[in-house]
Design a protein around this ligand. Structure first.
Ligand code: NIG
Ligand code: FE
Length: 421
């Protein structure tokens, strides 16, 4: 099956020589083609160009070609959301009220709420329940333009419940056209029964969880919530070392609430990404420069928790790449809307629209090890893209925050609007 999209007002984020990521000043560059077409064969992008040079595709009619006339709409590559916790049970709007009344995220967590609250709910839920609850979330983000998404475990906090979460993620992959990347986050919070015996819980993660997760091949990456009140740098080092022995590359939560040393430990263990980074100073920027680790910002969490915003301008100006992701989770970012993340990038982090688009496509694809195949419009890449509603410029995408500008979603070369995930 082939698909031709013609009369595209502007084809955004095209690459002739695909890169794995863009850094520093390069982030302000965004290649586009005005008045364009894109041709898809099977699940891959096969070619693209300007309308005035469109080849004669009539021969392809023999092989069943569908034509979409974009009628001056724009085409973007699908968003890549490299950090979520979207498999969870129930919701936590009661804590949200506590937060409005003045309690901090750490205070809510310290009294047994937060992640522990979600862990209790997850423990009660069956795999079926979790699948049923996750599917509409996947459907929602798909229609908002996401094409690939990382999903973490971390609400299990016990061997069996962590395995349950990861099995749910692997079942979901057979039920959705979205590309899913599973990450094992055994060290997300210390369960109440291990209070005061944190290192024993770390032993459970290392000796019981990691070998089981690896044996069932349930995760590509390993994460730790390296943060004050959660896991120390020392705990993090032990866990990452153990995970790496089983081939799981680190991708960690770092520097969300203070200068935790999380960024440095991530770089030391060649993490694919370090995420959050509200507390990033000169030393952290220095450490990230020249590394293979993608600094990943989660604007939804900073917004929802009313935290500091990471110094993204300083980071990009220093030459770093930056990725952005939704952090979709019930406690600190109950939304997976990457269009909102794009707007936040510009409004709260002073990124140019070009920088923001790079952050949510090619760089966030890199942050889940997918940038060879996702994150831009390039020949041979997966045909994951969307056609917008009628809009006049790509700048309109972050500008008109709060409304859905995506009209037609194409994943793996197929229009998925109206399909169930
Ligand atoms: O990325 N920071 C740790 N984990 C999540 C929050 C999870 C939760 O509160 O349920 C985050 O913000
Ligand atoms: Fe997170």
């Amino acid at each position: 099956m082939a698909l031709l999209i013609k009369n595209i007002r502007e084809l955004v984020q095209v690459e002739n020589k695909p890169k794995l990521k863009v850094s520093g000043q390069e982030m302000a560059k965004l290649k586009t083609i005005k008045d364009a077409w894109v041709y898809i064969e099977g699940d891959r992008i096969s070619d693209f160009g300007k309308m005035k040079e469109i080849p004669d595709f009539s021969k392809a009619w023999g092989m069943k070609m569908k034509v979409i006339d974009a009628q001056e709409r724009m085409v973007f590559p699908s968003f890549c959301d490299s950090h979520t916790h979207l498999v969870y049970a129930g919701s936590r709007e009661i804590e949200y009220i506590d937060k409005i009344r003045g309690l901090s995220y750490e205070e809510i967590a310290a009294r047994g709420g937060g992640i522990l609250n979600s862990a209790r709910r997850l423990h009660e839920a069956s795999e079926e329940d979790l699948v049923t609850q996750a599917l509409p979330r996947l459907q929602e983000i798909m229609m908002l333009g996401t094409g690939a998404v990382e999903i973490k475990s971390g609400y299990g906090l016990s061997v069996e419940d962590e395995l349950k979460m990861l099995r749910v993620i692997s079942r979901l992959q057979f039920m959705t056209p979205l590309k899913l990347i599973p990450t094992f986050l055994g060290a997300h919070a210390v369960p109440l029964e291990y209070k005061g015996r944190q290192s024993e819980f770390v032993d459970v993660v290392i000796n019981e969880m990691i070998p089981r997760v690896a044996a069932e091949e349930l995760a590509d990456y390993i994460d730790v919530f390296c943060e004050r009140g959660f896991f120390s740098v020392e705990d993090t080092e032990r866990i990452l070392t153990a995970g790496m022995k089983y081939g799981m590359r680190p991708k960690i939560h770092a520097n969300e609430m203070y200068y935790s040393g999380g960024i440095q430990v991530g770089v030391k263990y060649n993490a694919l990404s370090v995420d959050h980074l509200e507390y990033t100073g000169e030393a952290e920027i220095e450490c990230l420069l020249g590394s293979e680790t993608m600094p990943t910002i989660l604007p939804g969490a900073a917004f929802f928790l009313g935290m500091e915003y990471a110094p993204v301008r300083k980071m990009i100006d220093a030459g770093l790449p930056v990725a952005m992701a939704s952090d979709f989770n019930p406690g600190s970012s109950p939304s997976g809307n990457m269009q909102f993340i794009l707007s936040m990038a510009c409004i709260k982090y002073h990124m140019l629209p070009e920088e923001a688009i790079n952050a949510v496509t090619i760089n966030s694809a890199y942050a889940m090890g997918l940038s060879e195949e996702y994150g831009s419009i390039a020949v041979g890449k997966k045909a994951n893209l969307f056609i917008t509603k009628p809009i006049l410029s790509y700048e309109y995408m972050p500008y008109a925050y709060g409304s859905n500008k995506v009209e037609t979603v194409i994943l793996n070369g197929e229009v998925v609007n109206g399909q169930q995930p």
